[in-house]
Design a protein around this ligand. Structure first.
Ligand SMILES: [Ca+2]
Length: 404
């Protein structure tokens, strides 16, 4: 009898340990929230229960000596392209050797969070060899903005890009070293999503809700930079027709959902409030009016509210933050237990976040690579089904997770 009571007490204690005083699940992160007065809009919107997987894997170094790697992608035939934030694009061969910098790219403004950012192949790369990259573009009077260029990639002993065209300039330009975004994601219809930031400074932040500004917006373009006719605000007076969705803060993670084909993104919150969204056509994601964080200096943001009519709730949020950069849904054959899971780079937490999902709801969270001690900037599924991780360090690496 005494043993039975003891077991019952243990069960109660362990259940209690998973919940805080407010009945919230404690989740995987032992740190207290920065905005404890903020409550989720629905059960499971934050601090999902820990869901440790029994998957055993090795971490293999694919390439090393990458200076502040930012984006990577896979070329047909086993090579990769990787960007270094200071402004170099390199080819990584199958042995992990880095090429000389690819020549022909326009200058980047490599300061603060700016520089050479994401890299992506045109969906018909095999026939047109077009590559696209995003970067911080230097402008007059110390200003800059996010930009996207494309060119034809010519591999070889001295790799280069030809016929370079800058197809997009975020406007207005600002004097800021922060919040450039950006990820490049191709929709199934061949349009290009560009995720961007709002430049962090107050003047830029307030423009995340202004429709004649491209700050704090996801834009959607045709492959040549023209505006798709079915963008939500085409023909609307005073609204930039490039806009797909608005009210965003700084988006360095985005990908298509493998089943629905919808765009998903993770954006950086302030102190608290990193959030996953499914940015839908013409919708408002709330920044800076609503959010689940506070200012870096501890002040409240605006009216300190987390919800408002007409503004979308995040699918999930983190407080404290992970510093999300890079994301992918796993669909490969190497890790069947992880099929459909969402992986997100932890740039602040130096780890890899794995989320289990039920439709649009997060059901569990696990932190992988917790002993990495390197900032994770990008995560992608390789053609071999392995999970590739790019770290953002002075001597950064491309790693891959393979089953043991
Ligand atoms: Ca939001």
């Amino acid at each position: 009898m005494r043993v039975r009571w003891f077991v019952a007490a243990l069960v109660i204690l362990s259940l209690a340990a998973q919940h805080d005083a407010a009945g919230q699940n404690a989740g995987v992160d032992p740190r207290p929230p920065n905005a404890p007065n903020h409550k989720p809009a629905f059960v499971g919107q934050t601090r999902a229960p820990e869901q440790k997987s029994s998957v055993v894997f090795n971490v293999v170094t694919v390439a090393a000596g990458i200076e502040n790697g930012w984006g990577m992608t896979f070329l047909p035939g086993g090579k990769m392209l990787v960007t270094e934030k200071p402004g170099r694009l390199r080819v990584v061969d199958a042995k992990g050797t880095l090429s000389a910098p690819v020549t022909g790219l326009p200058a980047v403004d490599a300061q603060g969070q700016g520089g050479l950012l994401d890299i992506s192949l045109h969906p018909d790369y095999a026939s047109n060899q077009l590559i696209y990259w995003s970067y911080a573009e230097p402008r007059e009077n110390d200003m800059n903005n996010t930009a996207v260029a494309r060119g034809r990639f010519v591999d070889g002993a001295a790799p280069r890009v030809e016929n370079v065209q800058v197809i997009y300039h975020q406007a207005p330009s600002m004097v800021s070293r922060l919040h450039f975004g950006s990820r490049l994601v191709w929709g199934r219809d061949g349009t290009l999503f560009i995720t961007q930031g709002e430049r962090s400074i107050v003047e830029g932040r307030m423009q995340a809700q202004k429709m004649d500004s491209l700050l704090g917006k996801i834009v959607r373009l045709n492959a040549d930079g023209s505006v798709p006719k079915d963008n939500p605000f085409v023909g609307k007076e005073g609204v930039r027709p490039e806009i797909w969705s608005y009210g965003h803060r700084n988006l360095q993670a985005a990908t298509l959902h493998p089943t629905t084909g919808e765009l998903w993104e993770v954006e950086h919150g302030p102190r608290g409030g990193d959030e996953i969204n499914i940015p839908r056509k013409g919708h408002d994601y709330g920044w800076p009016t609503i959010g689940y964080g506070i200012e870096y200096n501890g002040n409240l943001i605006g009216g300190d509210i987390t919800a408002q009519s007409g503004m979308e709730q995040p699918v999930y949020y983190w407080d404290p933050v992970i510093g999300p950069s890079g994301m992918m849904f796993y669909t490969g054959k190497l890790f069947p237990a992880w099929n459909g899971n969402l992986f997100i780079g932890g740039h602040a937490t130096n780890d890899l976040v794995r989320l289990t999902l039920n439709g649009e709801r997060v059901t569990g969270e696990e932190r992988l690579l917790t002993d990495l001690k390197e900032r994770v900037r990008d995560v992608r599924q390789g053609p071999d089904g392995a999970i590739y991780v790019l770290t953002d360090m002075a001597q950064g690496r491309i790693l891959k997770l393979v089953p043991r």
